[in-house]
Design a protein around this ligand. Structure first.
Ligand code: 6PG
Length: 476
């Protein structure tokens, strides 16, 4: 037994993680259901470090130093359970099984319970950054026991991305906490992408600019507060020309966005927790709308628009308005996502440090961005901050852009450009800051038709009005 870490499941993510471990000097046990993939990893990249290739699961497990550390990188769901079931009988007390796939966190909680009962550590770990991140340094979000992190953590930190020398990996919290945080990361990723897409659409329809011109605007934005991986690749994608047609690449791609499910999980969980993550929800529904072919066909050319042409006289001012609206909406999406993390952490007793999550998202992951530093700083100022938007930095950063945000959303509504994420984020902003909400009327209606009771602003207690009687008020 000589290997310090093992990887089973050598499709591109597993393969790249294994290479990343090897490049950092670890002896890596490798295994795959079909041996050809294992062999090809050794053939193609054997010179990058030390690999111990095994054909059988038994040999794979036997090649690992104890406590064994095994990273599973297979499809979420059934395939992950199958690999766990195969491994577990071969493991010994204290061994650590890491699921690095995009598992749904309730599955992780279930698996962690089952393995803990057998004296094993099960670490559900979020890994973000795609293929390139897995090879060159991902952002890693491991859950499980703190004890497992003592021996596993240093290895994961070694292969993770670094920002200012700080690893983009930290212990997240017990059982499903790591996969939960990765799920919210993906939800935020959906919101970020939708907001960028809306900004692009506004510039396209508002200015009549070409994809390449808008790509240049995004490239400019990437030098300021918005600097991030997603803005950077957007600039690149928009400037890409399709070889077959000579058109802008974005113009030949079918406009139906797909998803593998993590955004949907995020929204489902938020509904259960009662946390309004409207930005992420709108982003997820926007993908669904784009893919609703029969509905779009029924509506296209049928539903009247009744809009006026968008005549923008000051192009630069409009571009700056869109930039400010994008930044403000983005802050709302993150603020909501961090609220969701706080609520789940509370419900599950995970004790998640939100500032640390922003810190490990600064590099390696898909939502990596300059402004995550600001989030970490906000939670350093107040670890129990009830609302990220209410932190002093964000209050003024968003405050500076509110007027622009309103102009953009109003313009989009007047000119028929769909901006579900921009608009709902502004509505959230106005809702959460409102002195008084029409929720009072909803409570009154509920009491009217169902005697659901209400509370009063002027005294304690719960009340019911006899609506169909003499309309006197009773203590409920
Ligand atoms: C990451 C990504 C990744 C995710 C893809 C696709 O952090 O590296 O979040 O895990 O699977 O982005 O997601 P959808 O297919 O749902 O868009």
């Amino acid at each position: 037994a000589s290997a310090q870490i093992g990887v089973t499941g050598l499709a591109v993510m597993g393969r790249n993680l294994a290479r990343n471990f090897a490049r950092h000097g670890y002896t890596v046990a490798i295994h795959n259901r079909t041996f050809a993939k294992t062999q090809s990893l050794v053939d193609d990249h054997g010179d990058e470090g030390t690999f111990v290739a095994s054909e059988s699961v038994e040999d794979f497990v036997a090649s690992l130093e104890r406590p064994r550390k095994i990273v599973i990188m297979v499809k979420a769901g059934g395939p992950t359970d199958a690999v766990i079931d195969e491994l577990v009988p071969l493991l010994e007390e204290g061994d650590i099984v890491v699921d690095a796939g995009n598992a749904h966190f309730p599955d992780t909680i279930r698996r962690e319970n089952a393995l803990r009962a057998r004296g094993l550590h099960f670490v559900g770990s979020g890994v973000s950054g795609g293929e390139e991140g897995a090879l060159l340094g991902p952002s890693i979000m491991p859950g499980g026991t703190r004890e497992s992190y003592e021996s596993l953590g240093p290895i994961l930190e070694a292969i993770s991305a670094k920002v200012d020398g700080v690893p983009c990996c930290t212990y997240v919290g017990p059982d499903g906490a790591g996969h939960f945080v990765k799920m919210v990361h993906n939800g935020i990723e959906y919101a970020d992408m939708q907001l960028i897409a809306e900004a692009y659409d506004l510039l396209r329809q508002g200015l009549g600019a070409s994809a390449a011109e808008i790509g240049q605007i995004f490239a400019d934005w990437n030098t300021g507060d918005l600097e991030s991986f997603l803005i950077e690749i957007t600039a690149d994608v928009l400037q890409h020309v399709d070889a077959a047609t000579g058109s802008a690449f974005v113009d030949v791609v079918l406009d139906q966005a797909e998803q593998k499910g993590t955004g949907r999980w995020t929204v489902q969980n938020a509904l259960d927790l009662g946390v309004p993550i409207t930005g992420i929800a709108e982003a997820t529904f926007a993908r669904a709308l784009s893919g609703g072919v029969p509905q779009r066909e029924a509506a296209r050319g049928t539903l009247p628009a009744d809009t006026t042409p968008w005549d923008i006289s000051d192009r630069d001012a409009f571009i700056e308005d869109v930039r400010l609206a994008l930044y403000a909406s983005k802050v709302v999406a993150y603020s909501q996502g961090f609220d969701q993390i706080a609520a789940a952490s509370e419900q599950n007793g995970w004790d998640i440090d939100r500032g640390a999550m922003a810190r490990i998202w600064r590099g390696g992951c898909i939502i990596r961005a300059r402004f995550l530093n600001r989030i970490t700083e906000a939670y350093e100022r107040d670890a129990n901050l009830p609302l990220l938007l209410a932190d002093e930095y964000f209050t003024s950063a968003v405050g500076n852009g509110v007027a622009a945000w309103r102009r953009v959303v109003a313009g989009a509504a007047l000119h028929g450009v769909p901006t579900p994420a921009f608009s709902s984020s502004l509505a959230y902003y106005d809702g959460v800051r409102a002195e008084r909400l029409p929720a009072a009327l909803i409570q009154a209606q509920r009491d009217f038709f169902g005697a659901h009771t209400y509370r009063r602003t002027d005294r304690e207690g719960t009340f019911h009005t006899l609506w169909s009687g003499d309309r006197s008020e009773q203590d409920a």
